[in-house]
Design a protein around this ligand. Structure first.
Ligand SMILES: Cc1cc2nc3c(=O)[nH]c(=O)nc-3n(C[C@H](O)[C@H](O)[C@H](O)COP(=O)(O)O)c2cc1C
Length: 202
């Protein structure tokens, strides 16, 4: 029987941790993130939905000083120090050939055949679903008491060459540093639009 939570709303504290008080950090406290924490993030991310359970994200978790320096070479100047100081930065990419994994990821039908020979469709779905998985990484990290610093200010060709050279079918989507955020490193919260501004309820 599928467990359901229809009578459960998370506490205000939990919602604050995930959304209302969570920030995008530009600086990091000198406190490490363990490999076990990285695994714990993935163990939540993998449970969240993607189209046909395609799970197209391919993630390189950059932790060592050597790999951080390599990644810092690929990003815009304003992001360099953020990478070097972060305990770990996830290089969130996607596999354009994710459909090869569908026979075991989505076993109840032949989903691979939907994507065979249609690379534009695969690219569209891989980008959509790896972006979702990137968002799940941020929420999972926050749920586990960590903070995030997402970044799209980088040279994709350089990141692909540095981190996906052995896997030419993998392409970077965005980066996300993870650690314990330095509260002095955030700007004042930018305005957020009320419902009526960008929503229509029909
Ligand atoms: C996909 C993505 C890319 C971003 N790229 C950068 C970046 O390259 N450099 C940077 O300093 N901040 C970057 N940001 C941070 C955003 O500016 C920040 O999330 C937004 O202003 C909201 O800030 P808040 O979460 O503290 O309210 C990025 C955020 C996202 C989600």
């Amino acid at each position: 029987m599928t467990k359901q939570f229809h009578d459960t709303v998370l506490s205000d504290e939990a919602i604050a941790q995930l959304f209302n008080e969570a920030r995008s950090y530009n600086g990091w406290l000198d406190k490490p993130v363990s490999d076990e924490q990285v695994h714990a993030i993935w163990d939540l991310v993998k449970m969240a939905p993607t189209s046909a359970n395609m799970q197209p994200a391919r993630i390189v978790w950059v932790k060592s000083a050597e790999e951080k320096a390599k990644l810092a070479e690929c990003v815009m100047s304003g992001n360099k120090e953020k990478i070097l100081a972060a305990p770990v930065t996830a290089v969130i990419g996607f596999d354009i050939d994710y459909h090869e994994e569908l026979p075991w990821l989505f076993p109840h039908t032949d989903a691979k055949s939907w994507f065979d020979g249609n690379e534009p469709l695969r690219e569209e779905s891989a980008l959509r679903n790896s972006s979702l998985q990137g968002a799940y990484i941020m929420l999972a990290a926050r749920a586990l008491g960590l903070d995030c610093g997402p970044m799209s200010g980088f040279d994709p060709a350089a990141v692909n060459a540095a981190f996906f050279a052995d896997e030419p079918r993998h392409r970077v989507n965005f980066l996300c540093s993870i650690g314990y955020g330095d509260p002095t490193s955030v700007f004042d919260r930018s305005p957020r639009p009320d419902f009526d501004r960008f929503n229509t309820l029909v």
